[in-house]
Design a protein around this ligand. Structure first.
Ligand SMILES: [Fe+2]
Ligand SMILES: [Fe+2]
Length: 161
């Protein structure tokens, strides 16, 4: 096994995961500010799961005697419109699943089964995230722009009770 090769792939994944944490927290605070509590909560919950991915990848990097770079792959995009947020998030999840599929194969070729399995586990999670975001996007398209406001009504009313 070429440790450096696996460490480089794992660090690339850490950078993408951190970019997702930052982007989703940006979406969370803006949706919360706009009063869309359920969608805000979905982004917060997903950001926390992406942080768990950062942790799992970093642990693997340290096991391989590398160091976790913990630098985000890119800057946060200042998107504040919910449908555009969901489009951006779906593209990020799709990109991660595509990359992790390729990197799982790379790790397999590199005789690093544990890193391969980690990438495979993450693919499953990212596909789940994509699915959750797509459902929200579909609902907005199906029920119109009032969907998010109506979805928030019970939650907001509940807060006041
Ligand atoms: Fe992730
Ligand atoms: Fe994800």
């Amino acid at each position: 096994m070429n440790r450096e090769h696996s460490i480089a792939l794992l660090n690339q994944a850490v950078a993408d995961e951190l970019a997702a944490v930052h982007q989703y927290m940006y979406f969370h605070i803006h949706l919360d500010d706009q009063g869309f509590a359920p969608l805000a909560a979905l982004f917060k919950q997903t950001a926390i799961q992406e942080m768990g991915h950062v942790e799992a990848l970093s642990e693997r990097i340290l096991f391989l005697k590398g160091d976790a770079e913990l630098t985000a792959a890119g800057a946060v995009e200042k998107i504040t419109e919910p449908v555009e947020m969901l489009a951006k998030a779906m593209a990020m999840e799709e990109g991660s699943a595509r990359d992790y599929n390729l990197w799982a194969l790379e790790c397999g070729k590199n005789a690093d089964a544990a890193s391969k399995q980690l990438f495979e586990k993450l693919i499953h999670d990212e596909e789940g995230h994509f699915d959750a975001f797509e459902k929200q996007r579909d609902n907005i398209q199906r029920f119109g722009p009032n969907y998010l406001a109506l979805q928030s009504f019970g939650v907001t009313a509940g807060h006041g009770a």
